[in-house]
Design a protein around this ligand. Structure first.
Ligand code: NAI
Length: 355
């Protein structure tokens, strides 16, 4: 199957060092992060693209080591490199510091979250024909974190939607669709209830859609969209969503193609990008060496592509597809017995054979 999930609408024009290696920040992250990121950097090294990694801690690992979830050294590194491969970071439920993921996306204005979700032959999933691109607005909505207690027992959480951010993400989705040969963009919303906020998001999407006559534009209410996604995913192509719906719907989409271990992601801004899998720290399997590294490896492929190495990115994706199709080496989430490292090694061997 031809991979159409590149990041053709965004390319890097930053610095390389004397040896031609691109500087990039490496954030192993929490939980299974170091395991899957370790696998991803081995695969990136084997694809022949030189990266000058600057390893930094963030999240719970950073609190433990230096007493802050977003240490100044991390921010300085990201300001310098403007590009990162990142493992998941732990965020406590209902307490503790604010999400460092949200903080990084806002600080570096990484407004577009792209999550290519596709079926791979050899993976047992309900569908075999899924090829979706989730485009999620990354900087506002209920994730602006504006919450307060009105009176004991009553709290408010403010949903912020702006024309600027909505137009910018809609343009990203359409531009991506055009550059990558996609047929349609579907805006997903709840404007029947949130008439002002989601209404504004839709208005902006419609305005941008009018400039892209070559791409079909559709709208779906989020609940109905979820039902159609789990019954007829091939009806969709590029999905355009606000922050919260995008977060939820991308995990739902991961469920269509074999689970969270399969779906890569990228957070793009005008001046940099952070690449990370959709999944979290997977505390239930952390430290056991059995996490599926494919989502992290495919996130690495998106990064390699962003750096301008399209063929190398394609080599990684082809090798991943070959390993999955052979059904011999896969982690327990896909019904196998292999360990994280064994999957990475199988992918590297597949790349070597192809060379
Ligand atoms: P999760 O994605 O960590 O785990 C959900 C389920 O999927 C678990 O059963 C887990 O074992 C499985 N899973 C996830 N990744 C896998 C992989 N690579 N291979 C095999 N199985 C995998 O979601 P959860 O449990 O809701 O969140 C745990 C923590 O992760 C929380 O602190 C949350 O805030 C954080 N998180 C961080 C993200 C990030 O940094 N981008 C994204 C999502 C969650």
């Amino acid at each position: 199957m031809k991979q159409k999930s590149g990041c053709g609408s965004v390319t890097w024009n930053g610095k390389r060092n004397g040896s031609g290696a691109a500087p990039a920040t490496l954030i192993p992250g929490d939980g299974v992060g170091p395991e899957v990121i370790g696998a991803a950097i081995k695969v990136i090294a084997a694809c022949g693209v030189k990266i000058d990694w600057d390893e930094q801690v963030a999240g719970a690992a950073a609190v433990k080591r230096v007493g802050s979830p977003a240490p100044p050294a991390l921010i300085a590194s990201l300001k310098r490199t403007r590009i990162a491969l990142k493992g998941p970071l732990e965020t406590r439920v209902g307490e503790g510091y604010r999400s460092i993921n949200v903080y990084l996306r806002k600080t570096f204005d990484l407004f577009a979250n792209l999550r290519p979700t596709r079926s791979f032959p050899g993976v047992n999933a309900r569908f075999s024909n899924v090829d979706l691109i989730v485009v999620r607005e990354n900087t506002e909505d209920l994730y602006a974190g504006i919450e307060h207690q009105v009176t004991p027992g009553v709290v408010e959480s403010v949903k912020v939607i702006t024309a600027r951010a909505s137009t910018r993400i809609a343009r990203f989705a359409f531009e991506f669709a055009r550059r990558n040969g996609r047929r349609s963009v579907t805006a997903i919303h709840k404007a029947n209830i949130m008439k002002l906020s989601d209404g504004l998001f839709l208005k902006c999407a419609r305005r941008v859609a009018a400039e892209y006559k070559d791409i079909q534009y559709n709208e779906r209410i989020v609940d109905a969209a979820c039902m159609r996604l789990v019954t007829e995913p091939s009806e969709f192509d590029v999905l355009l969503l606000e922050n919260l719906y995008g977060d939820i719907v991308s995990d739902l989409c991961a469920g269509l193609v074999g689970g969270l271990g399969m779906v890569p992601g990228a957070n793009y801004g005008d001046r940099g990008a952070i690449f990370e899998a959709v999944h979290g720290t997977a505390p239930d399997i952390a430290g056991k060496g059995v996490a599926n590294p494919i989502a992290a490896i495919l996130s690495g492929a998106l990064m390699v592509e962003y750096l301008g190495h399209h063929e190398a990115a394609e080599r990684i994706r082809t090798a991943v597809a070959q390993v999955l199709k052979a059904r011999r080496v896969r982690t327990p989430d896909l019904g196998g017995k292999a360990r994280t490292d064994e999957v990475a090694e199988a992918i590297i061997r597949a790349m070597e054979r192809a060379a």
